[in-house]
Structures are given as structure tokens and as C-alpha cells.
Design a protein around this ligand. Structure first.
Ligand code: SF4
Ligand code: SF4
Ligand code: SF4
Length: 437
């Protein structure tokens, strides 16, 4: 319980959704999720005005959301308003699909104080790019990135644009994993500063087999190796466990294997590591190395070219961390709803262990009725943040190989430990997803 919730410092990162309209129809977009209920609309200046009081304390403001920010004609006005209040050294950025990022627009953005631009590039091969990111007609992102670089050079030479950072976001999937090292070279050729890589979120069945992250943590794999060797030394194969688990009459050796597996689970759990036999036994040989090799190569190239490369984890964290709450982030939807994170700011469906999970948004206030500072300091929001970073809730991904109705159904009201916050089944805190913040 907070001693005094009004003492909660104001947010340091603000993520604002300029619009939910988009000029693309990407297949992996949350808007394509069968259960998505995302009304289309644009941010009004009235909503941004309600956020102005927190701006002097912000490290960053990012215009992004479930839509294309450049479709909003006033984004430069919003950025300029924010820039006049935000501290020196702070960043104003946005995430874009790049289609509308022509010379005039990029110059007006730089002029308004935007100093970070991140373009979604999921492939450097135009055919695959257009397969993943679908728009009306063929779209070539190369001229956009080239022009962006020239425009930055122009404003930097005139000293009118400040320290501008340009980069790309890449959603890594089976179909584009091989392209990651090439993307780093391509980024270096275009003098980009950063690359953010995230795993794909499966908003529908079509993408659930595209993810390249693995289900087992490094810690659970280390324990698995210890007990695999113990079993081997005793002439047993740990993999036999699933086959004999439900046998009523077990042989002596099967009983011994059962006992060893039990010891394995308890020993790991005593050290805070949860063992999920289904995940352990189903991990495909070589799957980790296939991703590790590409990631290592990309990292080596990024170091060589001086590019900041943010990669997601290949395996989930054992000790979860919610970067949004830990780093003081807050999300504002186009219609003024205040949400704590990316996971909970819209209504949609997502795949979990072969099941369809319904996600309902979590809002702590409406900016038509109060300012962002007031909503941020409300007792319920302050207490929510404290509960999130206590991490005292189940870890569905680590513990369960399927999902119960508590987490599949919306609205969420409790998990199996009777916690009332919907954080137990979140992939963000497992380190699998990244975004511009
Ligand atoms: S560009 Fe972004 S918001 Fe638009 S359809 Fe694609 S993923 Fe969705
Ligand atoms: S809430 Fe449900 S899915 Fe999550 S750990 Fe508990 S029983 Fe498993
Ligand atoms: S759902 Fe995930 S991202 Fe959202 S507050 Fe909880 S842990 Fe953080």
C-alpha cells in the first residue's frame, strides 16, 4: 500500500496515440485481430492540453498507437506544443510505416521538435516487405529512408534540428529472421542510429507459428541439463516422463524416473525457477541456435557499424520486469483514455498456447474529466503500479502449458492467486517484446 499516493512522481515517458486510422492493412496488425474493437478516430488538441502539466518532467514523448501518426495533420502542432514545455535533452519521437514521410513532412516534423523517427521495416526485400506490410499498391521504403537521411543532414548543417535520431523497427518472425544481419548492413548504409527488434505478437492463428522465441528460460534449461545427465547416468531418458506419467502400473524404473522428475521440479522451484515439462520436452533441437546465430551476427555487425541494436530475449525472463511501470510510462489513447501499458490499451484477441485470449483494456481515467497528472496520482492507479512491480502474481507462460478461463476471458477480474491485476499472462514483462518509448 502506498504511504501517500499523491507523492507518486509524475510520468517520465508519455506515449500518445494520434490516430487509430491507418493507410496500411498489415496482416499481423492488432487491427486484424478477430476480437479487435478499436474505433477509428483522431486525437484532439483538448486531450493533449490535459497532458501539458506532465511535460516538463518527461524524458520522452512518443506518438504511436494502432494507426499511422502521419495521417494526423496536426502532429507537428502537437509536437511543437510539447517541445516548448519539455526539458532540454528530452526526445519526441514517433513510429511510422513511412508511406507519408515525404521531404516536406520530415522537414516540418524536425522543425516542430521531433528528434526521433522510427520507421517499421520488417524486410529489406521489397516483395516480403509488401507481403508483411500491406498497403494500397507496392511500397518501396528505400527512397523514404534515403530522403530522411538527406533531410536530417540538411537540418543538422543549418543547426535547426537538434540531435535527430533515425532508426527502424523490425518485427522478427520465421519468415524474416535470416534478413536480420542484412538489415543491420542496410541500416549502416543509410546511416541510421538504431534498430529495435521485437518478436511478433500473434493476434490470430496465422501468426502463432511465426514467433522465433522459445518457451523455456535459460534457468529452466540449465536445470534440465543437470537432471537430463542424472537420468542418463542412471540409464534413463527424461523424455520418457510424458509417456509414462499417466500409466497406472509403472515399472520400477518408471517410478524412479517419476521420482527424479519430481526432485528436478522441486529443486528448481526452490531456486525460483519453474519447470514446465511440456515446454521442456517440446523444444526442437537446434531451434535456439538458429536464432542465436542470427542475433549474434546482427550484434557483431551493429558493433562494427556503431548502430544501437535492441534485440528481444530469445528465452523468456525468469524474473519478470515491466519496463513500462518501472520506467514511469503512461499511455493515452486517441480518445483520452489513460492506460498503463501497450498490452492493456485496446480491446483485442491474442493467441496463447493455442488458445484465443481476449484482452480488455485497462483505463484509469478519461482526460475529458481530469488532467494526466491528476489521473496518474489517483490512489487506484498508484496502487496498481505498486502491485505490478511487486511481481507477486502467477507466471502463466512459465507455469502452465495451456491457459485457464481466468486469463482467456474478458473482462479480467482475477488470476488463480486471486490477484486483481491482469499481469500474469503478459509477454512484455518476459522481455520478448520491444517498442519505441
Ligand atoms: S502500419 Fe501499423 S497500425 Fe497500420 S496496419 Fe500496419 S501494423 Fe497496423
Ligand atoms: S492464472 Fe490460469 S493460466 Fe495463469 S498460472 Fe494461474 S492457472 Fe495457469
Ligand atoms: S500487463 Fe504487462 S506491460 Fe502491462 S502493466 Fe502488467 S506487466 Fe506491465
Amino acid at each position: 500500500m502506498l504511504k501517500d499516493h499523491t507523492e507518486a512522481p509524475l510520468p517520465r515517458k508519455l506515449i500518445v496515440e494520434p490516430t487509430t486510422r491507418c493507410n496500411f492493412q498489415c496482416r499481423m496488425c492488432v487491427k486484424q485481430s478477430a476480437g479487435a474493437r478499436i474505433e477509428e478516430g483522431d486525437l484532439s488538441s483538448r486531450i493533449l492540453d490535459q497532458c501539458l502539466e506532465v511535460m516538463p518532467g518527461l524524458d520522452s514523448l512518443v506518438f504511436t498507437g494502432i494507426g499511422e501518426p502521419l495521417l494526423h495533420e496536426d502532429i507537428e502542432t502537437f509536437a511543437a506544443q510539447a517541445r516548448s514545455r519539455m526539458p532540454n535533452g528530452s526526445r519526441i519521437g514517433f513510429q511510422t510505416n513511412g508511406k507519408l514521410l515525404n521531404r516536406e513532412r520530415s522537414l516540418s516534423l524536425f522543425d516542430s521538435g521531433v528528434n526521433t523517427i522510427c520507421v517499421s521495416v520488417d524486410s529489406i526485400e521489397p516483395a516480403l516487405f509488401n507481403d508483411i506490410r500491406t498497403s494500397d499498391g507496392f511500397f518501396d521504403v528505400n527512397p523514404v529512408i534515403e530522403s530522411l537521411g538527406r533531410n536530417r543532414a540538411e537540418v543538422t548543417a543549418k543547426k535547426t534540428g537538434g540531435d535527430i535520431r533515425l532508426g527502424v523497427e523490425f518485427v522478427v518472425m520465421k519468415q524474416n529472421l535470416d534478413q536480420l544481419p542484412g538489415l543491420v548492413r542496410w541500416a549502416a548504409q543509410h546511416q541510421l542510429d538504431f534498430i529495435i527488434v521485437s518478436h511478433v505478437v500473434a493476434y490470430g492463428k496465422a501468426f502463432q507459428d511465426q514467433a522465433v522465441f522459445l518457451n523455456n528460460s535459460y534457468e529452466s534449461m540449465a536445470w534440465f541439463e543437470i537432471y537430463r545427465k542424472k537420468a542418463e547416468a542412471a540409464g534413463m531418458d527424461l523424455q520418457e516422463y510424458s509417456r509414462m506419467l499417466w500409466k497406472y502400473h509403472k515399472t520400477e524404473q518408471e517410478t524412479e524416473l517419476y521420482r527424479l522428475m519430481d526432485e528436478f521440479k522441486r529443486a528448481a522451484q526452490d531456486q525460483g525457477v519453474y519447470i514446465n515439462p511440456v515446454h521442456l520436452f517440446s523444444e526442437k533441437k537446434g531451434a535456439y541456435d538458429a536464432v542465436r546465430t542470427r542475433f549474434d551476427h546482427a550484434e557483431q555487425l551493429a558493433r562494427q557499424y556503431g548502430i544501437e541494436l535492441t534485440l528481444p530475449r530469445i528465452r523468456p525472463k525468469t524474473n519478470r520486469r515491466c519496463d513500462f511501470i518501472e520506467e514511469g510510462a503512461v499511455f493515452v489513447t486517441w480518445d483520452g483514455q489513460v492506460s498503463p501499458c501497450y498490452f492493456l490499451w485496446h480491446q483485442y484477441e491474442v493467441m496463447r498456447a493455442g488458445n484465443i485470449k481476449q484482452v480488455s483494456p485497462l483505463y484509469f481515467g478519461d482526460l475529458h474529466q481530469g488532467t494526466l497528472g491528476q489521473i496518474w496520482q489517483q490512489r487506484d492507479y498508484a496502487e496498481f503500479r505498486q502491485k505490478v512491480i511487486a511481481y507477486d502474481y502467477p507466471n502463466c507462460h512459465a507455469w502452465c502449458d495451456t491457459r485457464c478461463d481466468y486469463v482467456l476471458q474478458a473482462p479480467f477480474y482475477q488470476d488463480c492467486y486471486i490477484n486483481d491485476i491482469p499481469c500474469c499472462d503478459c509477454y512484455w514483462s518476459l522481455g520478448l517484446l520491444n517498442c519505441l518509448t
